[in-house]
Design a protein around this ligand. Structure first.
Ligand code: MRU
Length: 345
């Protein structure tokens, strides 16, 4: 996707460095970070400087390739295994992270550095191809005049390029179809207000940010034609973990007769999870709820506390939407009914 007229991916590798866009500074600053070793790469994943299931996967794959370069000849296996565990601990819900780490680990054990980098590159490239394909598969769902509601950021920042939920929207827009997007702000990290809106502005897609509480209002008043969200892990029965708040929107969509789609590459399906109850849900720091950052009148980024001093907060990162509320899952292989996911196996 283009930023200031130049093509970017959300993550890439330059020699032994991993390059990422610092997503915590968007939309206020566009800053690239150069990460010199796998520890730094693990740190930016945990701190959500890079985030979004596919981008986390690609970044972790590159982090594993870095570990292969760093590993000493004696104790190579132990070093790579420790790096693997360090990367796996960063974000427990997004299963793409595990897929990527496992793939590069398998190659790494042959002690071939070039092969480890090539595997990491392959993982990132596959996301781009699959995301573009999700766009083509989902395109018929978007008619001229469609008003789409999305939650969090399942855009190109979250899936290396194109995005999952956004890919059909970007494609429809580029083909000249009139499409409008309702963007949930997505408290507490505001990925919708900060990232999805920034992406849509770059692409020229008309949209409005709404408070997380407002989606039901617009659904009830006939102003949402369909919902498309991303996924962090999909269980074999179609239950889907995505950013906290997704479940509410799916229930409201059902109540109002609005189709609710999940868009995700097949790498996000975890066949080992039979149902959503098997998906681990990440609990994040309470300060993400208690504090908020933005720019002040002098255009300086500031972080301020919203809550009374001493008040505690709970902060689950994701929730599970039961398959019965999901109209279909848009994958690179086609749109499948959530209950029929096993047909993709
Ligand atoms: O906590 P985040 O920002 O990593 O969560 C992101 C989401 O929930 C996205 O919807 C999901 O990863 C889909 S990304 C293509």
């Amino acid at each position: 996707m283009k930023v200031h007229g130049k093509d970017y991916r959300a993550v890439w590798m330059e020699r032994r460095d991993v390059m990422v866009i610092d997503q915590t500074l968007l939309p206020h600053r566009f800053k690239l970070l150069r990460l010199g070793n796998h520890r730094e790469t693990a740190r930016v994943i945990a701190a959500m400087i890079v985030r979004g299931a596919g981008t986390i996967g690609a970044t972790a794959g590159y982090g594993m390739a870095q570990a292969v370069f760093e590993a000493p000849a004696r104790g190579f296996d132990t070093y790579v295994e420790q790096a693997c565990q360090r990367l796996l601990r960063t974000r427990p819900t997004a299963v793409d992270l595990k897929h990527a780490v496992d793939r590069v680990r398998a190659v790494a054990m042959e002690k071939d550095r070039g092969a480890a980098v090539a595997e990491a590159e392959r993982i990132a490239d596959e996301y781009v191809v699959r995301a573009r394909r999700i766009g083509e598969v989902g395109l018929p769902l978007i008619r001229s005049g469609s008003r789409v509601l999305t939650h969090c950021n399942a855009g190109w920042l979250a899936l290396v390029d194109w995005g999952s939920a956004t890919a059909p929207i970007y494609l429809a827009h580029r083909k000249g179809r009139k499409v409008f997007v309702w963007v949930d702000e997505t408290r507490p990290r505001n990925q919708g207000a900060n990232l999805t809106s920034w992406e849509l502005l770059n692409e020229g897609v008309p949209h409005k940010i709404i408070a997380d509480n407002a989606g039901g209002f617009y659904m009830q008043h006939g102003e949402v034609d369909l919902c498309i969200v991303g996924a962090d892990r999909i269980a074999a029965n179609g239950d889907t973990a995505n950013k906290i708040g997704t479940y509410q929107k799916a229930v409201l969509a059902r109540e109002n007769g609005i189709p609710f789609y999940v868009a995700a590459p097949t790498s996000t399906i975890d066949w080992k999870c039979q149902t959503g109850a098997d998906i681990p849900i990440e609990e994040r720091d309470e300060d993400e709820v208690r504090f908020i950052s933005g720019v002040n009148a002098r255009n300086r980024i500031e972080c301020i506390r919203l809550t009374p001093p001493g008040a505690h907060a709970a902060n689950p990162g994701f929730d599970v939407t039961p398959a019965k509320f999901i109209t279909g899952i848009i994958t690179e292989k086609g749109i499948v009914k959530s209950g029929k996911l096993r047909s993709l196996r």
